[in-house]
Design a protein around this ligand. Structure first.
Ligand SMILES: NC(=O)C1=CN([C@@H]2O[C@H](COP(=O)(O)OP(=O)(O)OC[C@H]3O[C@@H](n4cnc5c(N)ncnc54)[C@H](O)[C@@H]3O)[C@@H](O)[C@H]2O)C=CC1
Ligand SMILES: O=C(O)CCC(=O)C(=O)O
Length: 536
């Protein structure tokens, strides 16, 4: 049974798939202090939060069995993703599920600010009837500058166009084609400053966007510009904004998100030309149901099928692409596990080569699975696909991934080589259509081995009678051989034998084998059962 903890206000109907699932229990606990949350964290496999719960390093240190942190929303600024990654905890979110809510809130804030609706409401509900104090401006035929043309920025542009606004968009990823498709003009930040009557930001908070709208930028804007922030507090420097509101450089500000939340900058919160809401962009019934549904289903998929769609700290692969890569992902982990046994030491360098069609794919998942296999030898369960690269880096192991789209005898081929000083161990593998994974090269020798749980690797001189003698020693120990492969570079030179065995063997067998003339090295290799595919 997997235990899921929900700590912020998350829609119950959205969580229904989890409530109804026989393998999951859900505990909803809100308003816990950090200490109370830390106290219970060790019992949970998954945590669902919105933006209120602070998922800190200290909390994660107490999260012994936590595998997934789900952000029922987009921004993950309240989650220490770096620490989660180190600990191998998957961080997922629900991108897109609250896009419409945030875009509609942006329009509502822009209109409220333009027509001073909150100020007029306060005055009217206090018993006044002042028809002169609240004259507004129209959106019609005004220019709107949108900084950040992602999902929400694009939806805002569509809505603003319907109001008759001209749109200037700035985003490092905005292409001319996309701008044309949206019917907007691609612009620079300075062009937006010079031409826009309204400016709205829709970027994440990053080191580039922190303080993007500051004194310097506001000085370049048109006098009387109106500013909206329904993205992240900190993109607009609040002190600079207050100064510009006071001087009249900025005629109005509509702010949903703040540098610190709950917001405490009273100069801004009470400014007569500011319209403020307490981070309500995603707060609609529909969006909350959708974000909760998306992350609940994703949690079920992760625990039940190992498939992940929206991880922040894992490569994003479409379901279709993952299906195609899956046999290589399984095989990659196997060759990782086997290669470290072959090398017998912790490596100081790893090289991964991808050839053929595989080299044209996003191979990040494959590299991670091999490294997971390698590191699991020393780190066991503490390594997973999320933290594999991080842990490798921590161990100071150099990684070199080479992609070569020309084929190397197989349509798809991957080769993993581990180095420790002058020693090295290398395994090449492919997936044969309809026949599953195959090891086709071990060190410098060509072989054709189906990875099975118990393997015996022997280096020997290529002399007559070797195969028979190895067979009879194994037979004398009652060990059945499944398959046997011999690989050699030249007849009569050095060679290897790779055998699959029906059971684990003990050291006495190795001793008898090593005593044989002409035999250079004997090594038993083992895969965990879970990693061995079943063939029918
Ligand atoms: N107020 C609220 O309740 C909500 C706030 N949000 C926030 O809104 C923001 C946008 O969300 P989405 O559109 O879903 O994200 P998105 O990822 O679809 O779009 C973000 C865009 O910002 C662009 N960007 C990044 N750095 C930039 C820079 N320096 N200059 C210009 N553009 C830059 C990216 O290229 C991307 O196109 C996020 O910060 C998100 O957390 C989202 C939902 C609700
Ligand atoms: O959960 C919320 O209400 C905040 C939404 C938000 O800011 C986001 O999804 O980035």
């Amino acid at each position: 049974m997997y235990k899921v903890l929900v700590t912020d206000a998350i829609s119950d109907s959205g969580l229904k798939v989890l409530y109804d699932h026989p393998n999951f229990t859900v505990d909803k606990k809100s308003n816990l202090s950090p200490a109370e949350l830390k106290e219970i964290m060790k019992d949970y496999d998954a945590l669902i939060v919105r933006s209120q719960t602070q998922v800190t390093e200290d909390l994660l240190d107490a999260a012994d069995r936590l595998r997934v942190i789900a952000r029922a929303g987009v921004g993950v600024d309240n989650i220490d993703v770096a620490t989660a990654t180190k600990k191998g905890i998957i961080v997922i979110n629900a991108p897109g599920a609250n896009t419409i809510a945030a875009a509609e809130h942006t329009m509502a804030m822009m209109l409220s600010m333009a027509r001073k609706i909150p100020q007029a409401h306060m005055s009217t509900s206090a018993g006044n009837w002042d028809r002169n104090a609240f004259k507004g401006v129209e959106l019609y035929e005004k220019t709107l500058g949108i900084i950040g043309m992602g999902k929400i920025g694009a939806e805002v542009s569509k809505r603003a166009k319907k109001f008759g606004m001209s749109i200037l968009g700035f985003d490092p990823y905005l292409t001319e084609e996309r701008a044309n498709q949206l019917g907007i003009t691609k612009a620079s930040l300075d062009e937006i400053a010079e031409q826009a009557d309204f400016i709205t930001v829709h970027t994440p908070l990053t080191k580039d966007t922190k303080g993007l709208i500051n004194d310097e930028y506001l000085a370049k804007t048109k006098k009387g510009v109106r500013i909206v922030n329904c993205a992240r507090g900190g993109i607009i420097d609040e002190a600079a904004l207050v100064r510009a509101l006071n001087s009249g450089q900025v005629a109005g500000a509509a702010i949903d998100v703040f540098e610190t939340e709950p917001a405490s900058n009273m100069e801004l919160l009470t400014h007569p030309n500011a319209v403020v809401t307490p981070h309500l962009g995603a707060s609609t019934v529909e969006a909350q149901e959708k974000v909760a549904q998306e992350v609940s289903q994703e949690i079920i998929n992760i625990f039940e099928t190992d498939s992940i769609r929206h991880a922040i700290n894992m490569p994003q692969v479409s379901g279709e692409a993952q299906k195609k890569l899956q046999p290589y992902i399984d095989l990659g982990e196997q060759i990782g596990i086997l290669s470290i046994q072959l090398l017998k030491h912790a490596p100081d360098k790893i090289e991964i080569n991808f050839y053929g069609e595989l080299a044209k794919q996003d191979t990040d998942l494959l590299s991670r699975t091999m490294i997971k296999g390698i590191l699991s030898h020393h780190l066991s369960d503490s390594v997973n696909m999320v933290n594999a690269l991080h842990l490798l880096n921590d161990q100071g192991v150099a990684l070199n991934v080479v992609k070569n789209p020309t084929s190397k005898g197989f349509a798809n081929y991957m080769e993993l080589t581990l180095f420790k000083g002058d020693e090295q161990a290398s395994i090449g593998a492919t997936v044969l259509n309809g026949y599953g994974g195959r090891i086709v090269k071990m060190n410098e020798y060509r072989v054709d081995v189906r990875p099975e749980q118990y393997l015996l690797y022997i280096e020997h001189h290529d002399v007559p009678g070797m195969i028979g003698r190895v067979g009879s020693i194994l037979g004398s120990h009652e060990i059945n051989i499944g398959t046997m492969q011999v690989g050699r570079a030249v007849a009569g030179g050095e060679a290897i034998m790779v055998l699959t065995l029906d059971k684990k063997v003990d050291e006495s067998v190795a001793k008898d084998l090593v005593a044989m003339d002409g035999l250079r090295a004997v090594q038993f290799l083992e895969l965990p059962t879970a990693n061995v595919p079943v063939y029918h």
